[in-house]
Structure formats: C-alpha cells, structure tokens
Design a protein around this ligand. Sequence first.
Ligand SMILES: CC(C)(COP(=O)(O)OP(=O)(O)OC[C@H]1O[C@@H](n2cnc3c(N)ncnc32)[C@H](O)[C@@H]1OP(=O)(O)O)[C@@H](O)C(=O)NCCC(=O)NCCS
Length: 210
Amino acid sequence: MSGHRTPPAGLGFWGRVLYAIERKLARIGKHLGKVYGIYHLRSNGVQVGEKVAVYGAVHVNNYGTMTIGDHSSLFGPLYFEVGPGAELHIGSRVAIGQMVNIAAGQSVILEDETLIGPMSQIRDADHAFDNTERVSVATYPGQSAPIVIKRGAWLGANVHVLKGVTIGAGAVIGAGSVVTKDIPDMAVAAGVPAKVIRFRKRPPERGESE
Ligand SMILES: CC(C)(COP(=O)(O)OP(=O)(O)OC[C@H]1O[C@@H](n2cnc3c(N)ncnc32)[C@H](O)[C@@H]1OP(=O)(O)O)[C@@H](O)C(=O)NCCC(=O)NCCS
C-alpha cells in the first residue's frame, strides 16, 4: 500500500491519519533497509562504491575480495559467495535482479553497465568428479575458471553462466539460456547451450532506411 499517494476512498479521518503514518514508516523502513544493506555488505568486507542502491536482502559469504562500483543497483534477495583467495568484482552502473546467485571460487567479473536478469546463476566452479577412486563428488571447488561478463552485456532472466565463459561487450543472452562457451561482442545468443542467433544491428543513419 505504501506506493499509493492518495489514501484509498472511504477512509475516515483516523483512517487517513493512520494511512499517512503507515506511508511515512514505509518510507523510513525503505531508507533504513538501503542503509542496512550497505552496512551488511561492508561488514562482510565488501568494498562498496558511491551511491550503490540495495533493495531487499543481500546474502554475502565473502572469504575473498568483493567490490561493487559506483551507482550499481542490487535488487534482493541476492546471494553472493566468494571463496578464499577468490574475487568478485561488480562494476559501476551494474543492475542485478532478484534471486541472482553468484559464486566465485576463482574470479567473476561483471564489467560496467552489465544487466543481470532475475534468477540468473553465475558460478565459476564445478565439484571435482574425475577421480573414480571416490564415488562421492564431495570436493569444492574442483575445477574452476574465471568468468567475465563484459561491458554493457545483458543477461535475460534465469540465465546460467558456467566456468571459464566470457560474454562479450554489449551481448544479449536470452532468458533461460545456459552459456557454456564464449559469446562474441554484440551478439544475441540464446538456448541450451546458448548459440548466437544474430548480432545487434547498428541504428540506421539519419535519412537511411532500415
Ligand atoms: C534473446 C531475446 C532478447 C531475443 O529477442 P528477439 O531478437 O526479438 O528474438 P526473436 O523472438 O526474433 O527470436 C529469434 C529466434 O531465437 C529464438 N529465441 C529467442 N529467445 C530465446 C530464448 N530465450 N531461448 C531460446 N531460444 C530463443 C526464437 O525462438 C527464434 O527462433 P527461430 O528463428 O527458430 O524462430 C529474447 O527472446 C529474450 O530472451 N529476452 C529476455 C527477456 C527477459 O528475460 N526479460 C527480463 C530481463 S531483466
């Protein structure tokens, strides 16, 4: 209800007073939530840039190095895991949607202005499973390889990015894709596994027909 500016019709005097109080409290709560979000990140050793906006809960297990650049927006709930000696770098003006889960066993880099759609999973490590003397696949991380999402790339909702993948600058990844190999700059890729379906077009010059 806190998003409504005018009180709902039919409220009496005290109803309108309570409504105004509730709106004020909601605004204070939202502000405190943002402040707490930044505090929570910093208290987990995250270097947070200027004007980072945190909405909702952000869960962080940071045993390595985690940085967030200026003007980035985090829409919780979010889950970040950074292993010992690993790095997770989130650039400036990055937006990360709800329920995104990023785990860095070695290195995950989201360059500036990347958009990470809700429910996406970016994980740079597998459990080790080659040793057949052990039945259980219990070690973590097993094999890991750095992930880089280059400047301005957009991952749609529910995209999975696997270890060792570089997604090119300005690339677009379709919803529900599993990215197993590098994607070139400005490509539009989709599917399981993700394949390039086309490249983004240059806008027509003035007076030029499309
Ligand atoms: C990838 C995307 C941007 C492409 O849009 P588009 O250029 O309009 O693509 P089209 O709809 O013309 O589809 C082109 C082809 O790719 C396929 N395709 C498109 N998106 C796909 C996807 N996510 N997974 C698998 N295949 C996909 C289409 O089926 C079509 O195949 P066809 O040529 O065999 O018929 C769009 O489909 C998409 O997935 N958007 C993400 C939406 C989203 O997650 N929004 C929330 C973001 S925060």
